[in-house]
Design a protein around this ligand. Sequence first.
Ligand code: NOJ
Ligand code: MG
Length: 521
Amino acid sequence: MARWWQSAVIYQVYPRSFQDSDGDGIGDLPGIAARLDHLVALGVDAVWISPFYPSPMADFGYDVADHRGVDPAFGTLADFDRLVAAAHERGLRVILDYVPNHTADTHPWFLDSRASHENPKRDWYIWREPAPDGGPPNNWRSEFGGAAWTLDAATGQYFYHAYLPQQPDLNWRNPAVQDAMLDVLRFWLDRGVDGFRVDAIHHLFEDASLRDNPPNPAWRDGMSPARRVLRTHTMDQPEVQGAVAAMRRLADLYPGERLLIGEAYLPIDRLMAYYGVDLSGFHLPFNFHLLSTPWSAPAIADLIARYEAALPEGAWPNWVLGNHDRSRVASRLGPRQARIAAMLLLTLRGTPTLYQGEELGLTDVPIPPGLVQDPWEKRVPGLGLGRDPVRTPMPWDGTAQAGFTTGTPWLPLGEAHRPLHATAQARDPGSMLRLYRDLLMLRRREPALSLGPIAAVAAEGDLLRYERRDPDGGRGLLVLLNLAEAERTLRVGGTPLLSTHGDAGSGTRLRSLEGMVMRPE
Ligand code: NOJ
Ligand code: MG
């Protein structure tokens, strides 16, 4: 029997930018509740909500100051409970963002920890003496630029932060920290959530002896300064697996298969370790490889083959085209290839996760320097690292603020997004939104697409093709993606079920940049 999350399609909501309900220009939980019907009409099964916990917002919620509440900008716990109830009524599952690696520097644990060397919570974070010259203990770099160590003048020691100085890393080697953070999971599981996306899991542990990271020979000007060194001693340490297994044991105590998804940007072989020994780890370690693989039929065919072959016995795959950290797929590939990418994502074997706005074909929005919000862009300007362009508000309708807010949006609405609003696209059979809806409907109707094996993955020049067999071994469906401008005649035909061109399509040829799902003759 398949688990719910195997046939599910997940939709990521970035709450600041989804729907505002009170006119402060910041999206909120009641706003999400008001837009659930968009998700139902789209046809997704679960909504993952990025952090909404009380936070000073140094990293827009990924700096959690209280793991058991809702930031006033986003609403109240009662709003949260209402949102979960409203989602469940509609058959939508709710997945939260769990941020175990670090807290906000305003979290009471950190305030205690930094108070003195003797404080019982001192060891809850990672404190070290300065190097002999008074500088940081070693050469570790913050992901967001600068040293990964900040000196606390009052106590004379440095604390470690994989991200901002306002995001001190918790010390997961301390069992009390593990217990406290597992309690956070319990709190939300008891409130009825269906799973978690676990943030930055590969950063959970660092080398205990603090060895310097080696220089990165591939670093070039224009790359993130954090990449000047390899993360040999700060990422993907062996201890992570034990912590993940503890999270999984806890989730498994709850009925209904509570889902754990891990965020780890890792090469395929390392990623597979996050399924855990005998699948005792994440149900789904996020597979981000479509974000970095060159957009060509041979490269994608090769990726699918390598990823499928690397999966441990019984492990379930998953695929992603974008998220709140990465350039949007419609900008990376252009609007026409983005339609092919949608068909790819929703016809591959494995659980797909969509990022809000992908279904509207939204592109990255250039943000004028004066309006920059993302701390990464502020700390390392001009390299294109900032994430504001992919976090602008959703365009819902043709009104002045696109139906997102009655106030001033926290990030500008994209001018290029105005004609792409959801209301217009819902009426236009050729729109991206309608393509996503059709793909999701087809996926729901055809067990071959949701649960069947994938076979015969091949690239024929610019044509990417694969079969999705019926789960019970029947003949299944054929997926054909023409990544080229040139038309092509098909050697094997069939009955077209869905074309990315929004019409019936033909069973014998593919037009320029056309993707097709067919029932073979
Ligand atoms: C990954 C999250 O997706 C990103 O938005 C955040 O800045 C870092 N982790 C730190 O929590
Ligand atoms: Mg850490």
